[in-house]
Write a protein that binds this ligand. Structure first.
Ligand SMILES: CC(C)(COP(=O)(O)OP(=O)(O)OC[C@H]1O[C@@H](n2cnc3c(N)ncnc32)[C@H](O)[C@@H]1OP(=O)(O)O)[C@@H](O)C(=O)NCCC(=O)NCCS
Length: 162
């Protein structure tokens, strides 16, 4: 079926949907050891990635899958949690979004890597059915390499799904 709004499917740059979020860690975010609950970090990741995906698609999206999450270092009370999400690749009705999470010491402004996540979102039409997404304009070698790696990961996900 031809899309009734072809302009909505015009390719978009990675930069157009890049999303940054900052959160401050409070005691209610932490476990008995003083580090942030994994589920809290996942919530922030889901928000940051979901905003990025919806910016790219200009549509409601749902989470189809979340790849492995590796927690490299703990986040502590008083730290700033800095999240950046970007679209790695756009497929037919889905996009892969990558989120990097860093902990920032607000006194020194030093940042260290904490978590990296990749999620797949599917755009839905008004009836809740998967709907085509705009293409991704790849402008640099790094963006082309990320898109190629994302396509490879997608093949693996869909094989596992079957
Ligand atoms: C995700 C969902 C919409 C897929 O619906 P479906 O009827 O299986 O649709 P299709 O098989 O046509 O696949 C649609 C897209 O999802 C992708 N997809 C489906 N399962 C996937 C998975 N496990 N991992 C990655 N992508 C997946 C497909 O590759 C396809 O993308 P493409 O068109 O870019 O190739 C459906 O399974 C769903 O609604 N799941 C629940 C979502 C949810 O509640 N999320 C949490 C709250 S937001």
């Amino acid at each position: 079926m031809t899309d009734p709004d072809p302009i909505a499917l015009e390719p978009r740059t990675v930069a157009a949907s890049r999303t940054e979020m900052n959160e401050l860690v409070f005691p209610q975010h932490t476990n008995a050891y003083g580090s942030v609950f994994g589920g809290q970090v996942m919530w922030w990741i889901d928000m940051c990635a979901g905003i990025c995906a919806q910016r790219h698609c200009s549509r409601v999206v749902v989470t189809a899958s979340v790849d492995d999450l590796v927690f490299e270092s703990p986040l502590r009370v008083g730290e700033c949690v800095h999240l950046v999400s970007r679209v790695n690749a756009a497929f037919r009705t889905s996009v892969e979004v990558e989120v990097t999470v860093e902990g920032e010491d607000l006194a020194t402004r030093e940042r260290r890597p904490c978590v990296q996540a990749r999620m797949t979102f599917v755009a839905l039409d008004d009836d809740g059915k998967p709907r085509e997404v705009p293409g991704l304009l790849l402008q640099t070698d790094e963006e082309r390499a990320r898109a190629a790696a994302a396509a490879e990961r997608r093949r693996g996900r869909l094989t596992r799904r079957r």
